[in-house]
Ligand binder design. Structure first.
Ligand SMILES: Nc1nc2c(c(=O)[nH]1)N[C@H]1C(S)=C(S)[C@@H](COP(=O)(O)OP(=O)(O)OC[C@H]3O[C@@H](n4cnc5c(N)ncnc54)[C@H](O)[C@@H]3O)O[C@H]1N2
Ligand code: MOO
Length: 392
C-alpha cells in the first residue's frame, strides 16, 4: 500500500490542465482565471472628488472666501480652470477641475449667493483621489486564481469585458451495486438508497466542474461496460463501490478489460483503503470505495485537489490548520486516519463518537477531518493537531 502523499502525487501526475475558453464577466464567477488581466485605463481615470462640497484654488483656512464659478458632478466635468480665489461646486466622484487644490466639504462652508466663506471648523486633507490611485493602465491581476465577486468587480473596472478561464472539467459519476436504488424509488427489503453520487456531484460542482450522475451500474460485467460507455467524453470518471476484494467487486477488472492504465490501487488510508486511480482513454479514473464516508473523504483528499489541478490551480493538497485536541487519543495504526471531528468555538477539536465509515449522519455533524499520520503516537488532550476544514 502506498501513502496518502504518494497517492496524491500519482493523482496529480494524471492531471493535465484543461484547455481555456473566454467567457463574459457575468458568467465568470467561480471560474479559474488562466491568463492575467491587464487594466485598460487608470482608476480613477481623473483626479476625483471624494466628497460633496467645493473645489477651491488658493489658501484653505477659516475665513477665506471664494467666488463660485460653476459646477462639477459625477459624469459631468466642469469645462474650465479654477484660478486663485475661485471655487467650483463639486459632488463625490466628479473630476476635480484643473487648478483646484482642495475639496472643502459643504458642512465646512457658508454660502451666500455666488460666494462661499470657509468656516473655522474646517477639516484638513484635500479630499481628492489622485488619478490612478487604485490602479494604473497596464497593471495586472495575476493568474491563476478562482474568481470571486471582488475579482470580477476589479476586472470590470479595468474595462475588460471577458476573461480567459479554464474549461470546466466534466465529471461522470458511476455508482455500482445491485443493492442500490435511486432516492424516491421503492427499495426492496434488501436494497439501500444510492447516496454517494449526490454528495460527489455537489462537491465536484463546488470545485468548478460540471458533473453528471450516470445510471447505476449493476454488479455484472455487461452493466459496468454499458455505463462506462456512457462516461465517454468525460475528463474525470469517478466510480463508487465495487472496489474491494469481494466476488462482486468488479470495477477494477472491468476497467482493466476496457484498457484502463492503473496508477495505484490501495492506499494506507482510513477510511478509503481500496482507492484506485488511473486513466481510461483520455479521462482520469478515480475508483472510490462504496462506504459513504470513505467515498466522501476520498473525494475531499483526492477528487477536489485533482479538480483544482485540472483547472490550472496547481498541485496542492487541501490546506490544513491546527487546533487543540479536546480529549486523549490512543496510538494510531498503520494507515493515516482522517477522523471525522467537530471543531468547537474555542478552536478545540474532538472526533465524533464513532469512526465507522458507513455513518453518514456523523460525517454530516462533523466540520473537520482530524489528521493522524500512520503510526502517530498516543496524543494528550490539549496537544495541537492538524485538521482539514470541511467547508463543502
Ligand atoms: N475482506 C475484506 N473486505 C473488505 C475490505 C478488505 O480489505 N477486505 N475492505 C473494506 C473497506 S475498508 C471498504 S471501504 C469496503 C469498500 O468496498 P467496496 O468499494 O467494494 O464497496 P461496496 O462493497 O460496493 O460497498 C460498501 C458499502 O457501501 C455501500 N454503498 C456502495 N455504493 C453506495 C452508494 N452509491 N451510495 C450509498 N451506499 C453505497 C454498500 O451498500 C456497502 O454497504 O470494503 C470493505 N470490505
Ligand atoms: O477504508 Mo474503508 O474506507 O476503512 O471503510
Amino acid at each position: 500500500m502506498i501513502t496518502v502523499e504518494e497517492a496524491l502525487a500519482q493523482v496529480f501526475a494524471l492531471t493535465d490542465p484543461m484547455p481555456t475558453e473566454d467567457v463574459a464577466l457575468a458568467h465568470a464567477a467561480g471560474r479559474v482565471l488562466r491568463a492575467p488581466v491587464r487594466a485598460k485605463r487608470d482608476q480613477p481615470p481623473f483626479a476625483a472628488s471624494a466628497m460633496d462640497g467645493y473645489a477651491v484654488a488658493g489658501p484653505v483656512a477659516g475665513g477665506q472666501s471664494f467666488a463660485v464659478i460653476g459646477e462639477a458632478a459625477a459624469g459631468h466635468a466642469f469645462d474650465g480652470r479654477v484660478s486663485t480665489g475661485q471655487a467650483v461646486r463639486i459632488f463625490t466622484g466628479a473630476p476635480v477641475p484643473e487648478g483646484a487644490t482642495h475639496v472643502v466639504i459643504q458642512e465646512d462652508v457658508a454660502r451666500d449667493g455666488d460666494t462661499i466663506i470657509l468656516l473655522d471648523s474646517l477639516g484638513d486633507g484635500p479630499n481628492i483621489r489622485p488619478q490612478g490611485q487604485d490602479f494604473r493602465a497596464g497593471d495586472q491581476l495575476s493568474a491563476p486564481r478562482r474568481l470571486r465577486g471582488v475579482d470580477l468587480g476589479l476586472i470590470a473596472s479595468m474595462n475588460c469585458a471577458d476573461v480567459t478561464v479554464s474549461r470546466r472539467p466534466d465529471v461522470a459519476i458511476i455508482a455500482t451495486g445491485d443493492e442500490l436504488v435511486m432516492p424516491g424509488e421503492n427499495p426492496r427489503a434488501d436494497q439501500i438508497i444510492a447516496s454517494n453520487a449526490f454528495a460527489l456531484k455537489a462537491m465536484a460542482e463546488a470545485e468548478g466542474a460540471t458533473a453528471r450522475i450516470l445510471p447505476i451500474a449493476r454488479d455484472t460485467e455487461a452493466s459496468l461496460r454499458t455505463v462506462f460507455d456512457l462516461a465517454q467524453g468525460a475528463d474525470m470518471i469517478v466510480t463508487i463501490g465495487g472496489a474491494s476484494v469481494g466476488d462482486h467487486d468488479l470495477v477494477g477488472p472491468v476497467a482493466d478489460a476496457l484498457g484502463a492504465e492503473r496508477a495505484f490501487y490501495k492506499v494506507a488510508l482510513r477510511p478509503g483503503k481500496p482507492l484506485m486511480a488511473g486513466r481510461l482513454g483520455r479521462a482520469m479514473l478515480l475508483g472510490l470505495p462504496g462506504n459513504p464516508v470513505s467515498s466522501i473523504v476520498c473525494a475531499h483528499l483526492f477528487m477536489r485537489p485533482a479538480l483544482r489541478a485540472l483547472q490550472g490551480l496547481g498541485q496542492y493538497p487541501l490546506p490544513t490548520a491546527s487546533a487543540a485536541l479536546a480529549c486523549d487519543l490512543p496510538q494510531n495504526g498503520p494507515r493515516a486516519h482522517y477522523m471525522r471531528a467537530t471543531l468547537g468555538p474555542g478552536r478545540s477539536i474532538e472526533p465524533v463518537p464513532s469512526q465507522d465509515s458507513a455513518l453518514l449522519s456523523l460525517l454530516a455533524q462533523a466540520n473537520a477531518l482530524l489528521v493522524r499520520p500512520a503510526h502517530d503516537g498516543p496524543r494528550r488532550e490539549g496537544e495541537q493537531m492538524r485538521y482539514i476544514a470541511l467547508d463543502l
